[in-house]
Design a protein around this ligand. Structure first.
Ligand SMILES: NC(=O)c1ccc[n+]([C@@H]2O[C@H](COP(=O)([O-])OP(=O)(O)OC[C@H]3O[C@@H](n4cnc5c(N)ncnc54)[C@H](O)[C@@H]3O)[C@@H](O)[C@H]2O)c1
Length: 442
């Protein structure tokens, strides 16, 4: 077995930058490469573009084994192994867009050399590593499994959750050949305590999608339960808390305004698209996507319902959205359900402003860009506030004390000593004594 110590990481985003920094911290010689010269410049200047890597940690890595290069200046051929961590988006019809993966493969085709190990890490459908990724690489004239080694090793990091990036989180590896798998596992063994090998890149690709489809389907399931609880005048949050006391055979998922980020609203469609090639309709994925995609529209309906309860119309109302990042405590607003919520409110004639301590400006689903405002101004301005993302940095007690009317999509009032009375909650309606504050319902 070769002792690989020089690593290149292609794509320095939420996945690639932590990987490159971790390898450097483990004492390996690392070259981080990105197609974006702006990103390369930012990282080189010691400014981390992502939440999970602090500037201090980046600076230490940069003064150690990490160097950062634009594509044109990189010395890829010197690397023993190359990890590819580029985006895998979907297009407007929710079909996989392998553009970045194939562009990265096309770049590597010009540099790959005999004896190198190439590892795809982007989330993708089973068959990508052994199919299109490999085919582009073999355009170099070298043959995978003979002249160079090829493997797939999915990432499990969950941005904003440091525990997900811990050494203890096992990593999966599927090599095209036993040697490829062993080399990839040995490298990941520098930064993870446990590396689990599976029989092929396809199996590892499918395992990663199973993890994400599992989340997507379960979130859709509780979203649907939330809609039912609203009709039945039950509090879905109370119901979930109750069920979660079962110490086995149950896993807690919570409803919300929809799913966001790079993974959950995107990755499942890689599998459902691939399934069709096998004359197979993955109904779970299609159904879960349908339910989750409809949640922002439901939130807009709740806003209209809350205003209606006060004798107000959504048209002309001032709606303050709280939180636009796709989940708490991160600045990542990719595919955030807030985009559809805001566009939906604006489409029905509401005026929208937002506050997010982590996001300065935000583009809604109709393409309208708004600058954020501070919480105090938003409280003073809004007829109704809609909580989309419950960042810890927000003073929730103050918000619920000051707001006239709130639509709470994530049960952000749960931790407060007294339950506010002017809150319409997703999955619970005006339930739990809230009706006292709404004379029209008393
Ligand atoms: N973000 C997550 O939570 C997460 C978790 C697990 C897996 N993944 C998967 O990891 C992959 C990367 O996601 P991310 O969140 O890091 O994306 P990202 O958008 O944060 O970063 C991708 C980086 O790749 C660069 N890039 C794009 N095309 C390139 C090319 N051809 N050559 C070199 N660089 C290129 C971009 O400039 C960007 O800096 C995706 O497949 C994603 O599904 C993401």
């Amino acid at each position: 077995m070769t002792a690989d110590r020089r690593v290149a990481v292609v794509g320095l985003g939420y996945v690639g930058l932590p990987l490159a920094v971790s390898f450097a911290e483990a004492g390996l010689d690392v070259e981080g490469i990105d197609v974006s010269e702006t990103r390369v410049g930012t990282i080189r200047a010691g400014r981390s573009p992502i939440d999970d890597i602090s500037d201090e940690r980046l600076a230490t890595a940069l003064s150690g084994g990490l160097r950062v290069s634009a594509q044109g200046e990189a010395r890829v051929a010197e690397a023993d192994a190359v990890f590819v961590c580029v985006p895998t988006p979907i297009n407007s019809t929710k079909d996989p867009d392998l553009g970045p993966v194939l562009a990265a493969a096309g770049y590597l085709r010009e540099h790959v050399r005999e004896g190198q190990l190439l590892v795809l890490q982007s989330t993708t459908y089973p068959g990508t590593t052994m199919g299109p990724f490999r085919e582009v690489l073999e355009g170099s004239g070298l043959v995978a499994g003979v002249d160079f080694d090829l493997a797939y090793a999915p990432e499990r990091v969950n941005p904003g959750d440091p525990a997900s990036a811990a050494r203890e989180v096992p990593r999966l590896v599927g090599g095209m050949t036993p040697r490829a798998g062993e080399r990839a596992a040995a490298l990941l063994g520098h930064i993870n305590d446990k590396v689990v090998s599976v029989s092929s890149p396809d199996a590892a690709e499918m395992a990663k999608l199973l993890e994400n489809v599992f989340r997507n389907v379960n979130i859709a399931f509780v979203n649907q339960l939330a809609l039912l609880c609203e009709r039945m005048d039950l509090d879905v949050w109370e119901v979930i808390d109750a069920a979660a006391t079962k110490p086995f055979g149950f896993m807690r998922f919570t409803p919300g305004p929809g799913v966001g980020g790079h993974c959950i609203p995107v990755d499942p469609y890689y599998l459902s698209w691939r399934a069709r090639e096998f004359d197979f309709v993955d109904r779970f994925i299609e159904l879960a996507g349908d339910i989750n995609l409809a949640m922002p529209r439901h939130v807009v309906d709740l806003v209209a319902e809350a205003l209606n309860d006060r004798g107000l119309a959504l048209r002309g109302a001032k709606v303050g959205v709280v939180g636009v990042a796709f989940k708490p405590d991160v600045q990542d607003d990719r595919n955030s359900p807030a985009a559809a919520v805001i566009a939906g409110i604006a489409e029905r004639g509401g005026e929208v402003r937002f506050h997010d301590p982590h996001v300065a400006s935000f583009r809604d689903a109709a393409g309208v860009v708004r600058a954020g405002t501070d919480l105090e101004s938003l409280l003073g301005w809004s007829d109704v506030m809609v909580v989309v993302t419950a960042h810890k940095a927000i003073d929730w007690g103050h918000l619920f004390e000051g707001a006239e009317l709130v639509v709470d999509t994530v049960n952000s009032s749960a931790g407060l000593a007294t339950r506010p009375r002017q809150v319409l909650r997703l999955g619970a309606g005006w339930h739990a004594g809230v009706a006292q504050a709404t004379p029209s319902r008393s």
